[in-house]
Structures are given as structure tokens and as C-alpha cells.
Design a protein around this ligand. Structure first.
Ligand code: PAF
Length: 308
């Protein structure tokens, strides 16, 4: 049955979502609530139950029936990839040859696209989001309203990008397009380079990074990030001061949250550090810039993580 929210049946889309972590589920619930078809691809031997609870930002508790599948579905309109950065390749590679619709990559960090054998025909959209969500068994709670920015990486025409922007914006606002998607991705990367490893090493909430004790180290990290990022993007609009303001604003807005990396370390899961600080360190190396403070963070994190 088509949801009454969708008046015109032609706008019902079928979206395949790869990755059913918090952000994948947030999109799945938001799209299904609007009447779209969603198939969540899963590698789990036993698929999660279809009946899933969604707690919205205004505290409404909804039950949605989500489709989880081991098989890549037929006739999809969009492939949304919300896996961890290090899973993008293994999740997408087996299906790449049969995908002729846009692929949207929405994950923390950068560089996963470089590990993919995408060919020149694929339509690829890159995206970044600041929404917060928490997954607990079969309940997904939308913990923080944010925004999502999408932009063409290759072959996505402006009209098509705007079509998806509108559709996604109706499901989970706000969604905006950006003509130079690298810029918002680099900004999110800088935020993650500071907040994620520090909160992971100290096992603290994001808000604790506002304490004065952290400031000298944060300033050194930002100086290094600024040095590399300003060379990666010719139109980079930030200096060290504005970059610090942006990072601290995110720490303040998410003060009560544990970052994704703090949680990964707590639950002894692999972290995304290689695609966050690791990505910038390798870009720095190509530019002959040595990111000493960022490298120290990786070393500390790896040492602590392995000795757990
Ligand atoms: O990875 C995360 O947890 C988030 O991207 C951020 C912005 C650091 C907020 O917790």
C-alpha cells in the first residue's frame, strides 16, 4: 500500500541500503515512514527481525516493518552505503557490476572511494551528515537533528542530484547539495580528526573536550590539519581560528554523546582511524608535511586498543 503521504505513486522509490548501523537505520525508518521501499542488505547469518522500533526526535515511538535481505534487490533507484569506512569496499564490490543507478556513500572519514574499483560509468554521490542516532537491539533512537550535504563525485547530473536532494530532504531534513562536496567532507574530517581519537583515548564524552586541559593539544592538531587541508582544497574557507570554532561548536552541540570512535574502542571494535587521521597523514606525506600530533594520536590509540 502506498503511504497517504505520497500522493503521486511515481515518486515512490526503492532504495537499497548497505549497512544497518545507526545511520543506515535512521534513513531506512525515515524513508519507509514516507512510503518509499527500502531493502537493507545484511551479511548477518540470522537477519534482524523486520519489526523495528523508531523513536523520533519528538519522542514518538513508531513501529516500522523493515526489509532485511542477504540478496541485492532487483530494480532499485539508489544504493545508499552507510557502512563503516573500512567496510565500503567489501560491502559494495560484489554488487558494483550490476549497479547502474546512483551510488551514495555516506560514512565517516575519507578515502574509501579510492579503494573501490568504480568504473567511469558509475554515478557516484558523496555525502556527509551530522544527524545523531543510537541503535539498541531493535530500537533506533534519533538523538540529534542534523543536516546532510550531498554532492556529485562523478557522473551525477545536477537535475538528478536535485531530485535526490528533494526526496531525501522530505524524509529526513535538512538535505542540501554542494557544488564542491570535498569541502564539507574535509570539514567533517577535521572535526572527526580531533573529537574522535581524543574521546576514544580518554573514553570521555564529546563535551569534555571543551575543558582547558585539552586546548594545547587541540590547537596543535588543528594547526596540522589546517596546513594539509588548505592545500587539498583551493577554496578552503577556514583558518585555524574559524576551524577551531567549528570543531568546538560540534563538541558543544554533542556534549552528552560518546563519539563513534569512543564507542568502537569501548566495545573493542575496529575504529575508522585509518580513514580519519590516517587519511590526512597519508595526504600530508604526499605533500611533504609531517603530521606529528596526529600520528601520536594513532600510536596511542593503537597501543591502548591492542592492550585491552
Ligand atoms: O563520529 C562521530 O561520533 C560524529 O561524527 C561526531 C561529529 C564526532 C559527533 O559525535
Amino acid at each position: 500500500m502506498i503511504s497517504p503521504l505520497i500522493q503521486d505513486k511515481h515518486v515512490v522509490k526503492h532504495i537499497a541500503i548497505l549497512g544497518h548501523g545507526a545511520i543506515g537505520l535512521l534513513w531506512a525508518h525515515s524513508l519507509v515512514a514516507l512510503g518509499h521501499r527500502v531493502t537493507l542488505l545484511s551479511h548477518r547469518l540470522i537477519l534482524p527481525p523486520s519489526k523495528q522500533q523508531f523513536v523520533t526526535r519528538d519522542g514518538k515511538e513508531l513501529i516500522n516493518h523493515l526489509i532485511f535481505s542477504h540478496n541485492f534487490p532487483e530494480s532499485v533507484d539508489l544504493v545508499l552505503v552507510t557502512t563503516k569506512a573500512y567496510q565500503v569496499q567489501s560491502a559494495l564490490l560484489p554488487h558494483l557490476h550490476k549497479i547502474s543507478v546512483p551510488i551514495m556513500l555516506l560514512h565517516n572519514g575519507m578515502g574509501a572511494i579510492d579503494t573501490l574499483a568504480i568504473d567511469s560509468q558509475h554515478q557516484v554521490i558523496l555525502a556527509t551528515t551530522t544527524h545523531g542516532a543510537l541503535k539498541n537491539h531493535n530500537t533506533l533512537t534519533h538523538t540529534g537533528v542534523g543536516n546532510t550535504i550531498i554532492g556529485n563525485y562523478q557522473n551525477t547530473e545536477e537535475g538528478l542530484l536535485e531530485e535526490w536532494q528533494q526526496l531525501l530532504n522530505n524524509a529526513l531534513p535538512s538535505v542540501e547539495t554542494h557544488s564542491n562536496i570535498r569541502q564539507p567532507l574535509l570539514l567533517k574530517l577535521a572535526i572527526n580528526c580531533v573529537i574522535n581519537p581524543l574521546t576514544a583515548i580518554h573514553q570521555c564524552k564529546n563535551g569534555e573536550l571543551l575543558n582547558s586541559d585539552f586546548q594545547p593539544q587541540i590547537d596543535k592538531l588543528i594547526a596540522e590539519l589546517q596546513q594539509v587541508i588548505s592545500k587539498l582544497d583551493n577554496d578552503w574557507p577556514h583558518d585555524e581560528i574559524s576551524l577551531k570554532k567549528m570543531i568546538m561548536a560540534v563538541a558543544r552541540a554533542t556534549a552528552d554523546n560518546y563519539s563513534s570512535m569512543a564507542q568502537d574502542v569501548k566495545y573493542q571494535r575496529r575504529t575508522e582511524i585509518d580513514f580519519i587521521n590516517g587519511y590526512l597523514i597519508s595526504k600530508g606525506r604526499q605533500l611533504d608535511i609531517n603530521l606529528i600530533e596526529n600520528s601520536k594520536l594513532i600510536a596511542t590509540l593503537t597501543k591502548n586498543h591492542l592492550s585491552q
